[in-house]
Design a protein around this ligand. Structure first.
Ligand code: PSU
Ligand code: MN
Length: 295
């Protein structure tokens, strides 16, 4: 048989075959982005919200030599407890698969897996982007959005990023940023950033119509930015302090370090908000996946 290191759980494979609603979920947020117990609360909360809306969750990770699409509960718990789990972006998929690592997939790697499996929707907290003060550090999330035909539901780009430069990149890569009932791009810890979205959608039905038409015009990744259900009013100050303290770090370690620093400086408020917003995004993704299937 041909080599194909993508293992899709039977329930999900069956749904994909008949064009049913499926929403992929990333796991870097579980292994690197959030500490226990928030990580599993977020992961299980997303899965439950997706099921409640009538869609199927497909949590993605690298495990035992393959990309697994649709982790079981025990596998998810073992990933969350595994301190050796590596952060796997697209460039890392091959070596993590071939060398048998336990890997937690970023937005980029999850979107790639979703694209390979035929899943059109995914949810996360906030996408990666261009780092503030380090315009050379650009998340592979943006490059992947230019390649895989997946709608990524998020609360905008993380406040720790340079939102303006991130939006410029997305524009160059032909990635629309749809505002979910908002004209103003949300900023993860904030409901508005002052940056305009590409277009506003009024809810699941309109989002589904815009996605269908966009994909019909040959677009690939599409961001759907959902305002977070709450805010950290002092986000700007927290982020400035976090950036100053994280300082000279570079590479994949930067995002987890910044998130941990904001968590510490906010006395855990950012963690509670992070869980709430990712579940909120998963719900919007599932509603849109269901509406898309009815078009
Ligand atoms: N959003 C969160 N928590 C996270 C991340 C995003 O709320 O942990 C992760 C995602 O997996 C995203 C990654 O793809 O951070 C971006 O990392 P980098 O800047 O290294 O590409
Ligand atoms: Mn980065």
């Amino acid at each position: 048989m041909a080599y194909w290191p993508v293992e899709v759980a039977p329930e999900i494979a069956a749904a994909i075959r008949v064009g049913g609603p499926v929403v992929a979920l990333e796991t870097s947020i579980v292994a690197q982005g959030l500490p226990a117990p928030y990580n599993l609360e977020a992961a299980f909360g997303c899965e439950a919200a997706i099921r409640e809306e009538g869609a199927l969750p497909a949590t993605v990770a690298v495990r035992a030599g393959a990309i697994r699409v649709g982790l079981g509960e025990a596998e998810l718990r073992s990933l969350a407890a595994n301190e050796e789990a590596v952060k796997v972006s697209t460039r890392d998929l091959g070596w993590a698969i071939a060398q048998g690592f336990a890997g937690a997939t970023t937005v980029a790697a999850t979107a790639r897996a979703a694209g390979l499996a035929g899943i059109k929707f995914m949810a996360t907290g906030g996408i990666g982007g261009v780092h503030l003060g380090h315009a050379e550090d650009i998340s592979a999330d943006l490059f992947e959005l230019a390649r895989s035909p997946v709608a990524v539901f998020c609360a905008g780009a993380k406040t720790v990023l340079d939102i303006g430069l991130t939006m410029e990149r997305l524009e160059s890569y032909e990635v629309p940023v749809l505002g979910w009932r908002t004209e103003d791009l949300p900023g993860f810890y904030l409901r508005r950033t002052g940056h305009p979205v590409t277009a506003t959608v009024s809810g699941p039905e309109e989002a589904a119509q815009v996605l269908r038409a966009s994909w019909a015009t040959g677009l690939h990744g599409i961001v759907v930015a959902v305002p977070p259900p709450g805010e950290l009013p002092d986000a700007a100050e927290l982020v400035a302090r976090a950036l100053a303290e994280v300082g000279e770090l570079s590479g994949p370690a930067v995002t987890p370090a910044l998130l941990a620093k904001v968590a510490e400086l906010s006395g855990g408020r950012s963690l509670r908000l992070n869980v709430e917003l990712v579940v909120n995004n998963a719900r919007a993704a599932a509603q849109t996946a269901v509406a898309f299937c009815k078009l």
